[in-house]
Ligand binder design. Sequence first.
Ligand SMILES: Nc1ncnc2c1ncn2[C@@H]1O[C@H](COP(=O)(O)OP(=O)(O)OP(=O)(O)O)[C@@H](O)[C@H]1O
Ligand SMILES: CC(C)(CO)[C@@H](O)C(=O)[O-]
Ligand code: BAL
Length: 284
Amino acid sequence: MEIVSDINQLREIRRKWQAAKTSIAFVPTMGNLHDGHLELVKHAKQGADIVVVSIFVNPLQFGPDEDLDAYPRTLEEDSRKLRELGVDLLFLPNNEDIYPRGLEQQTFVEVPGISYMICGASRPGHFRGVATIVCKLFNMVQPNQAYFGEKDFQQLQVIRAMVTDLSMNLSIYGVPTQRSADGLALSSRNHYLSDAERSIAPKLYQEIVKVASAIESGRTDYTKLLTQAKENLAALGFKPDYLEIRCAESLMPPSHEDTSLVILAAAFLGKTRLIDNLQVKLFQ
Ligand SMILES: Nc1ncnc2c1ncn2[C@@H]1O[C@H](COP(=O)(O)OP(=O)(O)OP(=O)(O)O)[C@@H](O)[C@H]1O
Ligand SMILES: CC(C)(CO)[C@@H](O)C(=O)[O-]
Ligand code: BAL
């Protein structure tokens, strides 16, 4: 596995691959890799000849009071895992190369509408930061395909919208959320949880599953369902940020005709903000 930090060196390697007509799959990450990330890599390996993974903790997508400094950085272990999986290239850009004119001057990509709701409402500017870095990484790596986790469901839809709106020439694939045996979605931020919080954390998903089952069994009183679920979460020790039932494609509140729904949740457990979601298909 080649490890490259320099953008020009990446472009040089990219030109050789282009000449050999190899297809390139890309998995952007912020590191501290777990089995969720590795699942993306496995899908990428099945989809293309060459797999590129990036690790970059992107300051532009963190709010001023968020965990940019505390975000876990475990590069040695991450590169070992990627090498074992047969990744071809690990791209580790640095801040100065990514944001040469500084964060304040950075040209940005903003996907309107979908970026401002749900997680975007709680984390203003977050999806602008995500769209900007993903656009930049796409420009550098120039992949034919890119893989994102459904755990960050809204992020995946923002990226899909950006690729459509900006006529980007690559395919975007979503990979199902990988979970611990007790149902908790794997996330780098799970490391922040105390033992007591970790034992409560899976109940976020359990509450989402309960809402999904109620919808599947024909309940249509969504507001009541969500209010009850939020009360349950609060009683368990969570501070719910949002719990929503949305149309899975647009992420807008669903109409009666929508049969593809998603339940999205974010909740604080102590200082840790957990997110999760579950898709529900209705048969009419
Ligand atoms: N449990 C998971 N299952 C599938 N994909 C995942 C999972 N967790 C993260 N991913 C995906 O991995 C990619 C990189 O995510 P990132 O590095 O932010 O990891 P993370 O564990 O989600 O971190 P964070 O705790 O900051 O959300 C994203 O596409 C994300 O959706
Ligand atoms: C896509 C991403 C790597 C952009 O920084 C990040 O938002 C993430 O890890 O999900
Ligand atoms: N996985 C999403 C990255 C973030 O929360 O900043």
